[in-house]
Design a protein around this ligand. Structure first.
Ligand SMILES: O=C(O)c1cccc(C(=O)CC[C@H]2O[C@@H](n3cnc4c(=O)[nH]cnc43)[C@H](O)[C@@H]2O)c1
Length: 208
């Protein structure tokens, strides 16, 4: 049994590729772990996991990537252990209220990490979105309705697939930006990617 590392883009795991001398490609099999690059967003992630998340092959899936952060007390470049992730847009508007798919009677919108591994990082609640949050109104609504610490575009899809296949899963995100009206000049993508890859390299090296 193996670990499957899942990332949306190659750029987010560039140093990991270099460190383990991995060949080019979106699905790389190695002795101790496999690496899957899914593409950005929940649809690409779900499709890709549907192709590669073979039952009885993996005992752990780790979703890694950069993320936006709602909490200004958390520094850019910080690593977060996402313990819970929510499909924030999945449901129905009812005037100014929001009904989740659970409210509508169509199942769960909220999924948890599951692993016996001790992760020495702050555990936080995150949301998964199709549209990066970028207006004060949306930020206010999300804080009021869910109060998440971070957001990504894939996390809940990975947790969902792992729950369906009964495989343990973790999600580690590195904060590249605050959730705010879009201003990419404020993003610290390089720092976030360096810190994330350093953590991944030591985590995978220690596992083997
Ligand atoms: O512009 C670049 O150099 C660059 C390099 C690597 C990755 C990117 C991305 O934009 C990756 C998209 C990826 O990032 C997650 N993400 C980051 N910030 C947010 C956010 O505020 N809200 C939602 N998602 C965010 C997301 O999971 C995307 O898959 C650019």
């Amino acid at each position: 049994m193996k670990t499957l590392v899942v990332a949306a883009t190659k750029a987010e795991v560039a140093f990991f590729y270099q460190h383990f001398n991995l060949p080019e490609g979106d699905f790389i099999e190695s002795k101790n772990f496999d690496l899957l690059i899914t593409g950005v967003g929940m649809v690409a992630t779900a499709f890709s996991l549907g192709q590669y998340l073979t039952p009885n092959k993996y005992d752990l899936v780790i979703n890694v990537g950069i993320a936006g952060c709602f909490d200004r007390n958390i520094k850019l470049g910080s690593l977060l252990n996402i313990s819970e992730d929510i499909f924030a847009e999945l449901g129905a508007e009812n005037g100014d209220d929001f009904l989740t798919i659970t409210d509508l009677g169509f199942g769960e919108n909220q999924f948890k990490a599951k692993s016996k591994k001790i992760i020495d990082l702050p555990s936080v609640k995150s949301i998964t979105v199709n549209c990066v949050t970028g207006s004060e109104k949306s930020i206010r609504n999300l804080k009021k309705r869910i109060n998440p610490t971070s957001e990504s575009m894939e996390g809940a899809a990975v947790f969902y697939a792992c729950k369906r296949q009964n495989i343990d899963c973790l999600q580690i995100r590195s904060v590249s930006n605050y959730v705010e009206p879009r201003n990419k000049e404020n993003w610290e993508i390089g720092l976030a990617i360096r810190n994330l890859n350093e953590w991944m390299i030591s985590f995978i090296s220690e596992m083997n």
